[in-house]
Design a protein. Sequence first.
Length: 232
Amino acid sequence: MKTIPEEEAKRRIAWRIAKEFNDSGRTLFINLGVGTPTMVADYIENPGVFLQAENGMLGLGPAAREAEKDLFLINAGRIPITERPGCSYFDSALSFGMIRGGHIDATVIGAFEVDGDGNIANWIIPNGKQLGVGGAMDLVAGAKKVYVAMTHRNRNGAPKIVSRCTLPVTGYGEADCVVTEYGVFDFSDGRLVLREIAPEITLEELRSITAAPFEAASSPVPMFLPPEAPEE
């Protein structure tokens, strides 16, 4: 099993999730959470995908380059971003009305843990530094589909796909798809199913770093990977 550098892992995860939306052929309203999910905006090519930030913006674009930065134009993670044509702004009440009213087709969130029942723990590690749950509970309950974007293991090397969440749960049974640097997993009829596997890892190795049992074909589909990053 080859270890994938953290930044490359995040890029791979964000690109793979963006591919889901680029290939959809539909008009979609998508919310991006903080952290790795914000990187999805950098890879959206489908003009029918409208990205929403819970701080009150619809139609956000990729992260701003240095020359483009406007410190009054930020996403929910306080990252300077750009606008796409037709971008609109509104207050938090309307923003959460969209989320709680079921008008968001999908949300992409990070997580500390996801378990085999689709439970998500993503808002606090007890005794850690965290201001509060933010919009995470609203998003996992209100969005029509929940994508989890996270590295396969935490910084201590422990699996983040677990048999049972040990951290405070954000939403029960709300995960629909989990994308890590090593694979794409779907929840189907209460089962965790491996859809794609990365070339750097075997199925046996993937099982060894995944604490929740999952189903897989004997020859899983290779994971779709982004093109090589351009050299600086």
